[in-house]
Design a protein around this ligand. Structure first.
Ligand SMILES: NC(=O)c1ccc[n+]([C@@H]2O[C@H](COP(=O)([O-])OP(=O)(O)OC[C@H]3O[C@@H](n4cnc5c(N)ncnc54)[C@H](O)[C@@H]3O)[C@@H](O)[C@H]2O)c1
Length: 432
């Protein structure tokens, strides 16, 4: 296998976070700063903790990924971003109440120095939030120019060699794919005409790709999941990936569904419900934003179970997902799953899962990995949709010629095999 030409990770890597004052963003940033000071362990991060097997099992080569793949070092990351509210990231993280004051105070100066830039916002797309730190311009195309200017300024002021943009902003209302999203030319015209089908997230993403900056979509918003942006990203040679971080309940679904299928156990129903009390929960309480999330969460089971191939096992599955805003729980989401399955001769059984998780604690390591891996992809000359990063997403992006892979372990093999290929190592098929 020939080794891929990967440029070295020299200099600083700017990380521009949309929604930098949110729970996920502030937990990601604070945790990275704490970990790089050696004051905490970045648990959950593949780039920081995982090893990779190289060669045959009996060769006994299991280096850490970060020791053999030229990833940017955590110490070289510089953070910035945009939010609807002016408070700095230290204050925002305190309000999010995910990390303790004791933890936040370990990196208070660094967090206080991150002041959000004014956001691109449109109340029509997030009904429950009322932004006070928002850009204005005659057209959406003018807003693109402002975001491009923000990126250039940030890069210059922080002396960055490269920049990556990640969306940790709120879930926007469901935007169906329309003709303005089909080609780059149509998208640009629509921005100039202030077309209502252009969401704020699309303005950030367009600006990002125009500046040669990879874009990661952590929410289920349409944003870069459209032919217009695939075309633009290819032209600009920029990696893009999404949608919607796969953290709690959906991660479990993509582990349990393959288990049922491998054992040829049947499924008649899967009811998932959540209680969640953070700002994300409040936004998802709006039916428009919930619809976007619901679409993202529902696609998983069918894709894995292939009801067309197994009609007697999976041809009649009742799948329902609910998210309930319940303030007392704050960021500590509780996700229940009731799974109605059946076995030999169709005899019914039930499986119940109660995951008392912490939303942002699960999402933060994904942010770190995605930032480092998309930057790596760009240095390796990989552009457009990064399907090898499907591992991290509930609703992995794919073009019209491909089908998304949802099974967590197949996704993990794909991720690691892509890294092996980059290093000129043999891919692993688990036969030896
Ligand atoms: N935590 C998880 O496990 C998880 C999993 C998958 C996806 N997500 C998604 O990640 C996103 C962030 O989640 P969170 O819990 O941090 O939510 P949050 O409400 O705490 O943070 C979102 C932030 O985005 C800001 N924002 C909204 N629209 C913006 C815009 N147009 N420009 C700039 N800033 C904007 C808000 O002011 C807020 O500070 C949500 O879309 C959520 O659905 C989270």
């Amino acid at each position: 296998m020939t080794k891929k030409e990967v440029k070295e990770a020299n200099g600083k890597l700017g990380v521009l976070v949309v929604g930098v004052g949110g729970a996920v963003a502030s937990t990601f940033i604070a945790g990275t700063l704490i970990a790089r000071k050696g004051m905490g362990v970045p648990v959950g991060s593949i780039t920081q903790l995982a090893t990779i097997r190289l060669g045959k099992r009996n060769e006994n080569r299991f280096p850490k990924i970060k020791d053999v793949v030229p990833l940017a070092d955590m110490n070289d990351l510089v953070f910035g971003g945009w939010d609807l509210f002016e408070e700095d990231v230290y204050q925002a993280a305190k309000h999010a109440e995910v990390l303790t004051n004791e933890d936040l105070d370990k990196v208070k100066d660094e967090l206080s120095a991150i002041k959000p830039m004014k956001a691109v916002f449109d109340q029509e797309f997030v009904k429950r939030l009322h932004g006070t730190w928002v850009k204005s311009a005659p057209t959406k195309w003018d807003l693109v120019a402002q975001v491009r200017n923000d990126i250039q300024q940030f890069k210059k002021e922080n002396n960055c060699d490269r920049v990556v943009m990640i969306w940790c902003g709120s879930t926007e209302v469901f935007t169906p794919l329309s003709k303005v999203h089909k080609t780059q030319a149509a998208l640009e015209s629509a921005m100039k005409e202030n077309n209502p089908d252009i969401a704020p997230s699309m303005i950030y993403a367009y600006a990002s790709v125009a500046e040669g900056v990879p874009y990661i979509n952590g929410a289920p918003n349409l944003t870069v999941d459209m032919p217009a942006m695939w075309e633009f990203a290819d032209k600009q040679q920029v990696p893009i990936c999404g949608k919607d971080f796969k953290t709690g309940q959906t991660m479990l679904k993509t582990v349990l569904s393959p288990m049922l299928k491998t054992r040829m156990l049947g499924l008649s129903g899967w009811f998932s419900t959540n209680i969640l009390g953070n700002r994300d929960g409040e936004v998802l309480d709006d039916p428009g934003s919930f619809k976007t999330k619901e679409e993202s969460k529902l696609s998983v089971i069918d894709n894995i179970l292939q009801p067309d191939l197994y009609p007697e096992l999976y041809g009649n599955v009742y799948h329902k997902v609910r998210i309930n805003y319940y303030p007392p729980r704050k960021d500590n989401k509780e996700g229940w799953d009731n799974i109605d399955l059946f076995g030999w001769l169709g005899y019914p059984m039930q499986l119940k899962v109660d995951f008392l998780c912490r939303d942002s604690i699960l999402a933060a390591p994904l942010c770190l990995d995605l930032v480092l891996f998309t930057d790596l992809a760009q240095r390796a000359g990989m552009s457009g949709i990064q399907s090898w990063l499907s591992f991290y997403f509930k609703s992995p992006m794919h073009d019209s010629e491909h089908i998304a892979e949802h099974d967590l372990f197949i996704q993990y093999v794909k991720l690691k095999n892509t890294l092996r290929q980059m290093m000129g190592e043999e891919t692993i098929d688990f036969i030896d």
